[in-house]
Design a protein around this ligand. Structure first.
Ligand code: DLL
Length: 439
């Protein structure tokens, strides 16, 4: 890790609001949100059917009487079904690329964009950003919320933006060398590509100007954080968000780096059992569900994220009162069911990173050639470990097999591949190919 020290600075006093005050504010904003949401055709119809009105919400506990909203609802109703303002008040569209090809669109009013920049500023400052810094943003600028979301957050803090966008990694390295940014913003997996290309060009990645980084947009493990920090010689912070709810800025780590503070004055979070829809206890894993309290153009009520995490209400030494969510360990729709056992890609990542000699690049392939599921994990070997000696590679494979088995309880095929052979992604890494869906 870098020796750079992150001070505990707070962007907005609202982040430290006492919890009783916070809950009172949430209740008031929840009523306003229900009022606003009833302008959207989807909610208007449901509220009418179920007799829901803002004045019937007497306490935050009444939230559970409100309907859950799903990604399917967004797909089926389209943007129009969820717009709570006339088209002329929309200032920006974004979208998340669905597996079906057609993105799910989201809309922002001018006020939403202001709030978004502020919420990004909060977690950036919590993770050390200061006006004198320069920030290299390698998220894609486009429909994806990562590029523009972080861009305006950095500007709000008053720091300089280097809008590198995604792709063309040699050029990214050149820009870092030329403009000496202290901060990197992007997906964690892409930062490793930058390190790799820098090294291939004869530069030591740890010698680059980067001191800390704000990563988000995809799942990553604590071991991956350590690997990235040691590769690039920086301190890495985690931040979380999703386009439907706003984009980045829903939560982020403070200097303590023990969970991401949710910006609860603008989002109510619940953690539910995805099967029963009942709340799980504090610290237990469940699906996160968000209600947007302040969004104007596209308010969402009890939006099911499919992200699996847990909540920690213990006070944080940094003074922020927002509940902390754990790392996302997987998505309900990412979970692989292998011969009846539930496995998350993050568990495989954890196993792989325990083994010395392998590079943090992997791909999980699932198939069912006969009646049984088969998983093949393709893993890159680090150049200095790659060898023509069968026995050496066999020992490495067995070590990986044991780690995977001890974490997931199942046996997988391990295929070691030469350094640099797995495809590098320019944004969110693709970790799983499941052929079973096409059989
Ligand atoms: O990825 C928003 C974002 C951009 C967040 C940049 C942070 C930084 P979507 O493309 O809609 O939006 O994808 C949202 O990505 O439901 C999670 O499954 C996953 N995700 C986002 N951040 C994290 C994270 C953006 N820190 C989906 N850890 C979410 C794990 C994350 N998963």
């Amino acid at each position: 890790m870098s020796s750079f020290v992150i001070e505990n600075r707070i962007w907005d006093r609202a982040e430290t609001m006492p919890r009783d005050e916070l809950r009172a504010l949430q209740l008031q904003r929840l009523r306003e949100c229900v009022e606003r949401a009833s302008n959207a055709p989807f909610y208007r119809r449901i509220f009418k059917q179920q007799g829901i009105t803002a004045d019937k919400i007497k306490s935050l506990d009444d939230l559970r009487f409100l309907p859950l909203t799903t990604k399917e609802d967004l797909r089926q109703q389209g943007l129009e079904g969820f717009l709570a303002v006339p088209r002329e008040r929309i200032a920006r569209f974004h979208g998340s690329s669905g597996s079906t090809g057609m993105p799910t669109f989201v809309a922002y009013s001018g006020q939403d964009l202001q709030l978004w920049a502020d919420l990004c500023a909060r977690f950036l400052v919590a993770g050390g950003l200061r006006p004198e810094h320069t920030v290299h943003i390698c998220f894609g600028y486009g429909l994806f919320t990562g590029g523009f979301g972080l861009h305006y957050g950095v500007e709000r803090v008053g720091a300089a933006v280097l809008p590198a966008s995604a792709g063309n990694t040699p050029r990214q390295v050149m820009l870092i060398e030329a403009l000496q940014p202290e901060v990197l913003v992007g997906t964690p997996s892409y930062s490793l590509n930058i390190a790799e290309v820098a090294r291939a060009e004869g530069r030591e990645p740890r010698e680059l100007s980067l001191k800390f980084a704000h990563f988000g947009g995809e799942p990553w493990t604590e071991d991956m954080r350590e690997r990235i920090e040691s590769e690039l010689g920086l301190i890495a912070f985690n931040n979380y968000g999703l386009s439907e709810v706003m984009g980045p800025g829903v939560s982020g780590e403070c200097a303590v780096r023990d969970g991401m503070h949710i910006q609860e004055d603008h989002f109510i979070v619940e953690c539910i059992d995805p099967k029963t829809d009942e709340p799980v206890g504090e610290g237990e894993e469940g699906e996160l569900v968000f209600t947007t309290l302040s969004k104007q153009a596209m308010p969402l009520i009890r939006y099911r994220t499919r992200d699996i995490s847990s909540l920690n209400y213990a006070p944080c030494p940094c003074g922020r009162s927002g509940v902390r969510m754990s790392r996302v360990t997987g998505r309900t729709d990412d979970m692989l069911i292998i011969r009846g056992v539930n496995v998350f890609p993050s568990q495989i990542e954890e196993a792989l990173l325990r083994v010395e000699g392998i590079a943090p690049h992997y791909l999980i392939e699932v198939d069912r050639p006969g009646t049984l599921d088969e998983v093949t994990v393709h893993v890159e070997v680090r150049p200095e470990y790659f060898s023509d000696k069968m026995s050496r590679m066999q020992a490495l494979r067995e070590r990986i097999d044991r780690e995977i088995h001890s974490i997931t309880g199942i046996r997988m095929n391990v295929e070691l591949v030469k350094p640099q052979t797995l495809e590098r992604s320019m944004g969110k890494a693709k970790r799983v190919i499941d052929h079973r869906a096409n059989r």
